[in-house]
Design a protein around this ligand. Structure first.
Ligand code: NAD
Ligand code: IPM
Ligand code: MN
Length: 356
């Protein structure tokens, strides 16, 4: 079969980790007889430098004409002083909105092979951790009205948090469907003690829950959730939450798996289409030094095979190869707080290919 993949390397470590993910996909293609056809497109700082705009129409068109999108990361110091609507990060938000990617799945799994890299005490993580954050991705404060105005206290800026019932309903359905395939537990995270939009969120999630009598639903405030994630992360199975809370909690969840360099994600539209991206950013502090951990991106490619292409054996093979490399003791620098055999970005790719 031929699969058309739009590839957005982006900025900083984006191109470095994408290179390794494409090598892994190529090896899977050879081994299982698939043809992955890549079209590289510009977005973010790379697009600003080449075309003047962060998200060229051509990029949107090619992504829409593809079966799936694989993205590295966008952003960097060079573009940090641009006005908000011209920044590289706008490209990512624009792609998510244009492609209808309302459901962002961010699985945080502590592999046995990496247990020593988790900063929590072993008794807290004994038996492993397997959480998935289901983050609403095309609504909330990221996409609400924003602007500037004069106030009693002088010039001010504002961003509005707003959720339509339908936006909450469709992300809650994704979360409950996911819980049915897992441990049948959903934690809905909000700030319903303060925010009107969170009270609507909580009410709609409770309505959806009625269609899933087997699933246990808990509501937690986001501040408590941030604390519980460190105190007792094993209580979580599926976490469903808003765009901004999901952004923050998924970075927190990433750290208990060892490193943000391990966390993949799938951003899904209605149907099978999706964009696959590591949770981390462009890491300008280590860009161009062959230090970035490419596993988050490689595992994102595995999610693409599983969710959009239905190739679960191939996805399993990638995940097993990643674990094999970790089990053999190899670590990129982000995973080395407790030792290990150091490998660079490219060597990680070499070792994963060898394990395949
Ligand atoms: P970041 O995730 O890029 O980096 C945070 C820290 O984690 C840094 O110390 C970095 O070196 C480390 N890190 C991240 N990914 C790593 C990897 N694969 N291997 C090893 N270490 C890794 O977050 P930031 O520093 O807050 O943001 C940097 C830039 O990235 C900003 O411009 C930001 O807007 C952008 N960003 C983009 C995305 C995206 O494109 N999806 C996501 C987050 C941040
Ligand atoms: C992420 C990033 C993005 C977000 C930024 C770069 C727009 O932090 O994908 O987690 O906040 O969604
Ligand atoms: Mn983030």
């Amino acid at each position: 079969m031929n699969y058309k993949i739009a590839v957005v390397p982006g900025d900083g470590i984006g191109p470095e980790v994408i290179d390794q993910a494409l090598r892994v996909l190529d090896r899977i293609g050879e081994k299982y007889n698939h043809n992955f056809e890549y079209t590289k497109v510009l977005a973010g700082g790379a697009a600003i430098d080449a075309t003047g705009g962060c998200l060229p129409q051509e990029t949107i068109d090619i992504c829409k004409a593809s079966d799936a999108v694989l993205l590295g990361a966008v952003g960097g110091w060079k573009w940090d002083t641009l006005p908000g609507d011209e920044r590289p990060e706008r490209a990512l938000l624009g792609l998510r909105k244009e492609l209808g990617l309302f459901a962002n799945l961010r699985p945080a799994i502590l592999f046995d092979e990496l247990s020593e890299a988790c900063p929590l005490k072993p008794e807290i993580t004994a038996g492993g951790l397997d959480i998935v954050v289901v983050r609403e991705l095309t609504g909330g404060i990221y996409f609400g009205e924003k602007g500037f105005k004069d106030t009693d206290l002088g010039p001010a800026a504002y961003d509005v948090e707003q959720y339509a019932e339908e936006e909450v309903r469709r992300i809650a359905i994704v979360a409950f469907d996911m819980a049915m395939k897992r441990n049948k537990k959903v934690t809905s995270v909000d700030k319903a003690n303060v925010l009107e939009s969170s009270r609507l969120w909580r009410r709609v999630v409770a309505e959806v829950a009625k269609d899933y009598p087997e699933v246990e639903l808990n509501n937690l405030y986001v501040d408590n959730t941030a604390m519980q994630m460190i105190l007792n992360p094993k209580q979580f199975d599926v976490i469903v939450t808003s765009n901004i809370f999901g952004d923050i909690l998924s970075d927190e969840a990433s750290q208990i798996t060892g490193s943000i360099g391990m966390l993949p994600s799938a951003s899904l539209a209605q149907g099978n289409f999706g964009m696959y991206e590591p949770v981390h950013g462009s890491a300008p502090d280590i860009a161009g030094q062959n230090k970035a951990n490419p596993m988050a991106t490689i595992l994102s490619a595995a999610m693409m095979l599983r969710y959009t292409f239905g190739l679960s054996n191939e996805a399993d093979a990638i995940e097993a190869a990643v674990k094999k490399v970790l089990a053999d003791g190899y670590r990129t620098p982000d995973l080395m707080a407790n030792g290990g055999k150091e490998m660079g970005t490219k060597e990680a790719g070499d070792l994963i290919l060898a394990a395949l």
